[in-house]
Design a binder for this molecule. Structure first.
Ligand code: COA
Length: 159
């Protein structure tokens, strides 16, 4: 049976760090589905379908990788979808406290669901979506941080 992993996040926006995690997850699973979900702690700067469309554009040449938006509990969706695991990238020890809480909650919601943490590549360890939004706001060079499709879209609202 094909082993599917879900990679949920708010991806506001999707960065090169996220891309690296998705590509590495594909080495471990038969297919990976990126889930653009809602984090109640964050007010999104772009609608979920726009964030998903940008990810689609940025990953169009990657096989076995799909993208969708989802509203609701990721664990319930994973169970319904028959996914084996959730993928999350961790950048530093600081991320672990937050990630552990989510992983434990998700495993209590769906006992079969494992969360796999992949260590973010050193080049992206200090990247975050909020940092990218700030650089975009002031017209800075986004090429070291996000795929070209995302950089082009971010230049538009602040132009
Ligand atoms: N490279 C670069 N940045 C990375 C990264 C990497 N490899 N991994 C994480 N980050 C950064 C992101 O850029 C982002 O930065 P920001 O805080 O400045 O925005 C931050 O780490 C985490 O964002 P992201 O990975 O997009 O996810 P999130 O933590 O916002 O996602 C959800 C949380 C959406 C997965 C979670 O709220 C969820 O599952 N919601 C659905 C409802 C649900 O099931 N709730 C129960 C959860 S137990």
């Amino acid at each position: 049976m094909a082993r599917l992993a879900l990679y949920p996040g708010s991806f506001d926006p999707f960065t090169l760090g996220h891309l690296d995690i998705a590509q590495r997850a594909l080495r471990l699973f038969d297919a990976v589905e990126i889930i653009v979900a809602a984090n109640p702690e964050k007010k999104a700067s772009m609608p979920a379908d726009v964030r998903a469309a940008l990810i689609q554009e940025a990953t169009a040449d990657i096989q076995k990788l799909s993208v969708r938006t989802f509203e609701g509990l990721v664990a319930a969706y994973a169970e319904a979808r028959g996914a084996t695991a959730l993928i999350r990238g961790v950048r530093s020890a600081c991320d672990i406290t937050y990630e552990a809480k989510m992983a434990i909650a998700n495993s209590r919601l769906c006992a079969e669901l494992e969360t796999i943490f992949l260590l973010t590549a050193p080049a992206y360890a200090h990247t975050s979506s909020s940092l990218v939004r700030d650089i975009a706001r002031w017209g800075g060079d986004l090429t070291p941080f996000v795929p070209p499709a995302v950089a082009a879209a971010l230049r538009r609202p602040y132009a």
